[in-house]
Design a binder for this molecule. Structure first.
Ligand code: NAP
Ligand code: ZN
Length: 351
């Protein structure tokens, strides 16, 4: 079994440190990948620190992976050695339930296999993610990357932040003539702004950080609202078709629900460790508003998103970091100080 270098959390409180893992030898349907870049998602932090109370230690986070194919199994037909590919939040699923058949592997009735924190299909073993030098993944969970070679670090975050925002924006048919809110300008939020703008919507960014105003406009928002400012919020009452809420912490959802118009929807993608205060029923029933959720996106749709972003020249705005800077990156993320995604240059793992 091939060894790989990695960075892992050994407990909820210990900082991540270097670690050696074993990857399986590529099977007939497997592709082996040398990881070039891995984005840092807030889910990595939730998992490393066991905030969702389901972490299996040691844990190697990372599910925004871009790399180069180093070997393929005999039955692999879509990829060859040297190809630039991506791996997102899933590496497997049951492949026979209805959601899997419909290309919605993230809703697999038997549970998809996370790129990290498992469980591996069949063995139930823990899986190790992208904070590592290599990974072996079955062909059907690998994405083709067609962006230019010098964009690859900035492409990595599309594999989670990109698809997690693209999927609900498509599901709720966001497009021209619609007023769309994005809540939170972090990793997910800044991709939401870019993609919703590319889909033709009038985008309004809600932020708690007044100093992000200029960036939000540059990224494609037409208006910026500081959500702590009640007057600014009130000016938008009853006016939104759709709001995508990416906030990673519990907060008052009613403040946003009242901004939806008749039949408007707010979809939550942020996954805080503790619940939001329950929203008021009257804000929903009086205007037939909907409060929804959405989980990443299926493999087919992830490929569609990558191709859409390549066509529209969309990548993430990133800060490149060394692997040994991950704890500092987490601390900055907790202060909403991310501009707007950290990406680990995996070459720094080997040094
Ligand atoms: P992030 O980069 O930390 O961004 C979150 C943003 O939320 C912050 O930048 C901040 O934006 C805002 N925020 C933070 N604390 C807040 C508070 N107390 N009140 C109001 N706003 C606050 O995180 P991310 O990587 O984008 O991930 C966001 C969440 O989505 C995480 O919980 C993550 O686990 C989850 N997630 C879900 C899925 C899914 O499939 N549903 C996929 C990936 C990630 P401002 O400074 O602009 O206010
Ligand atoms: Zn993620």
């Amino acid at each position: 079994m091939p060894h790989a270098l990695a960075y892992s959390a050994k407990s909820p409180t210990a900082p991540l440190t270097s670690f050696s893992i074993e990857r399986r030898s590529p099977g007939q349907l497997d592709v082996a990948i040398e990881i070039l870049f891995c984005g840092v998602c807030h889910s990595d932090l939730h998992t490393a620190r066991n905030e969702w109370e389901n972490t299996i230690y040691p844990s190697v986070p990372g599910h925004e992976i871009v790399g180069r194919v180093t070997a393929v199994g005999d039955l692999v037909s879509k990829f060859k050695v040297g190809d630039i590919v991506g791996v997102g939040c899933m590496v497997d699923s049951c492949q026979h339930c209805k959601p899997c058949a419909d290309g919605l592997e993230q809703y697999c009735e038997n549970g998809f296999t996370g790129t990290y924190n498992g469980p591996e299909q069949g063995t139930g073993a823990n899986t190790y993610g992208g904070y590592s030098s290599h990974i072996v993944v079955r062909e059907s969970f690998i994405l083709r990357v067609s962006h230019a070679e010098n964009d690859l670090a900035a492409v990595a975050p599309l594999l989670c932040a990109g698809i997690t925002t693209y999927s609900p924006l498509r599901q709720w048919k966001v497009g021209p003539g619609q007023k769309v809110g994005i809540v939170g300008l972090g990793g997910l939020g800044h991709m939401g702004v870019k993609i919703a703008a590319a889909l033709g919507a009038h985008v309004v960014l809600f932020t708690t950080s007044a100093n992000k105003r200029a960036d939000a406009l540059r990224l494609g928002a037409k208006e910026v609202v500081v959500s702590k400012n009640a007057e600014e919020m009130a000016a938008h009452a009853g006016s939104f078709d759709f709001i995508l809420n990416t906030v990673a912490a519990p907060h008052n959802l009613d403040a946003f629900l009242v901004l939806l118009k008749l039949d408007g929807t707010m979809t939550l993608v942020g996954a805080p460790a503790s619940p939001h205060p329950s929203p008021g029923v009257f804000n929903l029933i009086m205007k037939r508003r909907r409060l929804a959720g959405s989980l990443i996106g299926g493999i087919r749709e992830t490929q569609e998103m990558l191709d859409f972003c390549a066509q529209h020249g969309i990548v993430s705005d990133i800060e490149s970091i060394r692997m040994d800077e991950i704890e500092t990156a987490y601390e900055r993320m907790l202060k909403s100080d991310v501009k707007y995604r950290f990406v680990v240059d995996m070459a720094t793992l080997k040094n």
